[in-house]
Ligand binder design. Structure first.
Ligand code: SAM
Length: 291
């Protein structure tokens, strides 16, 4: 069997996700996002991210983190402990266009306010000026079309803030196959979701919209995820902005699919950046590279 056929990047399709639709009932949207959080935490997909985050945070001398598109909190329940286990102390502020108050209040209490959340909706495309800090996006950059993705990076650059983007989804058949296993795992995750809701049980076990929706959104997320080459093309637009960029792959816990990342921060010293020749879009790299 040709393994490459399952791991080669596919064309990018920006199709609609169910949980992004304004008409999607809250219980379905929040259960899908919450199952994503539970799957990230049980799979340890982002356990390698603290080391590179810490390095970039140290360079920027920043100790406030503004997480965008936080959903149910993503990996922050364990990530804030790992991040704070070294020299620095970091406060994390979670934001989302549809903040899930129940789940985020619980996370804030359990972390003794190390991880706080903004109760008001925060649009990642129109970040309020008062939200200052190193920006992070976990499993969410694929939500944005290329012009919006550029806008998010451009806003971080013009505010001279660091930015880190991590995605465990990938545009290849193996990633899609693994993501669709949500049909099996979501009915298990639903049992631990709080507050208890009869409608959540109804939409999981009787009319299984939640597991099917999670598998569908996972598949669409894979088809929307940017490759390393595409991320590098975004950073090349800011080549004259005196930023240090790193793009690469990290091991993703139990998943055979690596996490793709982009991390950038202002350089300390003014230096004209070297021109980096772009790799063709769609081609995948396996090692980190800096621009
Ligand atoms: C796939 S979930 C990722 C959640 C979380 N980061 C995680 O790792 O579990 C995407 C989240 O992005 C949010 N979102 C989508 N568009 C947004 C926007 N323009 N601004 C802020 N949040 C947005 C959604 O409400 C949703 O909670």
């Amino acid at each position: 069997m040709d393994v490459n056929a399952f791991t080669t990047a596919m064309k990018r399709y920006h199709l609609y996700e169910l949980a992004d639709q304004t008409w999607c009932p809250n219980i379905i949207r929040q259960s899908i996002v919450e199952s994503l959080r539970l799957s990230i935490n049980s799979g340890g997909y982002y356990e390698e991210t603290p080391a590179i985050l810490r390095k970039s945070l140290k360079n920027t001398k920043e100790n406030q983190i503004i997480d965008l598109c936080s959903g149910g909190g993503g990996p922050w329940e364990s990530l804030h402990v790992d991040l704070n286990s070294g020299e620095g102390r970091y406060d994390v502020h979670l934001t989302d266009i549809n903040p899930n108050h129940d789940v985020l209040t619980k996370l804030q209490n359990e972390t003794n306010d190390s991880v706080k959340f903004c109760a008001k909706p925060v649009n990642a495309l129109e970040l309020p000026k008062e939200l200052k800090g190193f920006r992070t996006l976990f499993s969410s950059f694929h939500h944005f079309e290329p012009h919006e993705a550029q806008q998010i990076i451009a806003d971080a650059v013009s505010s001279r803030q660091g930015i880190a983007i991590f995605e465990f989804t990938r545009r290849n058949p193996l990633a899609i196959l693994l993501t669709s296993l949500a049909i099996i795992f979501v009915p298990i995750f639903v049992l631990s979701m709080r507050p208890f809701s009869w409608s959540r049980l109804l939409f999981t076990y009787i009319v299984p919209i939640i597991p099917l929706g999670a598998a569908y959104d996972g598949t669409i997320s894979c088809l929307r995820t940017y490759t390393e080459s595409e991320l590098r093309e975004f950073t090349e637009l800011f080549a004259d902005q005196n930023y240090q960029w790193e793009i690469g792959n990290l091991k993703a816990g139990i998943s055979p699919i690596p996490v793709t990342y982009l991390i950038g921060h202002p350089k300390e010293t003014v230096k004209i950046p070297e021109y980096q020749v772009s790799t063709p879009v769609g081609e995948q790299e396996t090692e980190a590279s800096t621009v």
